[in-house]
Design a protein around this ligand. Structure first.
Ligand SMILES: [Ca+2]
Ligand SMILES: [Ca+2]
Ligand SMILES: [Ca+2]
Ligand SMILES: [Ca+2]
Length: 207
């Protein structure tokens, strides 16, 4: 039976009221980073009060101190459908595991637009918790034939146990063993090994 204009207007009014009253909010989330593969940051979107109408939300991720350029997480965006009478849904962001020492880092999931609800809290902060150790440094041993004239070079390699987002500086100096500077066996040296975070490998030449 066709509804009267008055009934239709009343239904529209109810919908408008429900839309105005239903608010959507996104939670914060946190996870340990992991060493490889991916782990999930799980954000919960809550609508209150629960609506008898479907809701669609649009979201996108954005960088904080965690960045996509640094490969910290997988960027994502899209729409989220919330069926009628549903209180919560989740949205997950994939975090890339690594063994690089970093500070705890943050990124965001932003709710950009909604239909069927208003946005009350539109930004969820995701925290990627560091689970990597400060690297340790080690230096290798080197054996070289002395030669009969001039000089030969000893090249030592300093290696970090894992990457770090900090600049590493290590001071070094030579010391006598059974070869001595006094006997003119070698020229003493000292200096600084410096490894910058942008270097792809945890290795450094020392000067
Ligand atoms: Ca890690
Ligand atoms: Ca990072
Ligand atoms: Ca990372
Ligand atoms: Ca890390």
């Amino acid at each position: 039976m066709p509804r009267s204009a008055t009934a239709r207007a009343r239904a529209r009014s109810r919908t408008t009221t429900a839309t105005r009253r239903t608010r959507s909010s996104i939670s914060d989330a946190q996870t340990l980073e992991g060493a490889s593969g991916t782990t999930s940051l799980t954000f919960t979107i809550t609508v209150t009060p629960v609506s008898n109408q479907p809701i669609t939300l649009f979201y996108s991720t954005s960088d904080g101190t965690a960045t996509t350029a640094n490969n910290d997480y997988v960027p994502a965006s899209g729409s989220i459908f919330i069926p009628p009478s549903t209180a919560t849904v989740t949205v997950t962001v994939q975090v890339n595991g690594d063994t690089k020492f970093e500070s705890d880092e943050t990124m965001f999931v932003d709710l950009n637009a909604a239909s069927g609800a208003t946005i009350a809290d539109g930004q969820g902060q995701g925290t990627i918790q560091n689970d990597d150790v400060v690297p340790t440094a080690s230096i290798n041993d080197v054996t070289v034939f002395e030669g009969n004239a001039g000089t030969t070079t000893f090249t030592f390699t300093v290696t970090l146990s894992n990457m770090t987002d900090q600049t590493v500086e290590i001071q070094y100096f030579t010391g006598d063993g059974s070869a001595t500077e006094a006997d003119n066996d070698f020229s003493g040296a000292s200096g600084m090994c410096r490894s910058r975070p942008s270097r792809p490998a945890p290795r450094s030449r020392c000067r």
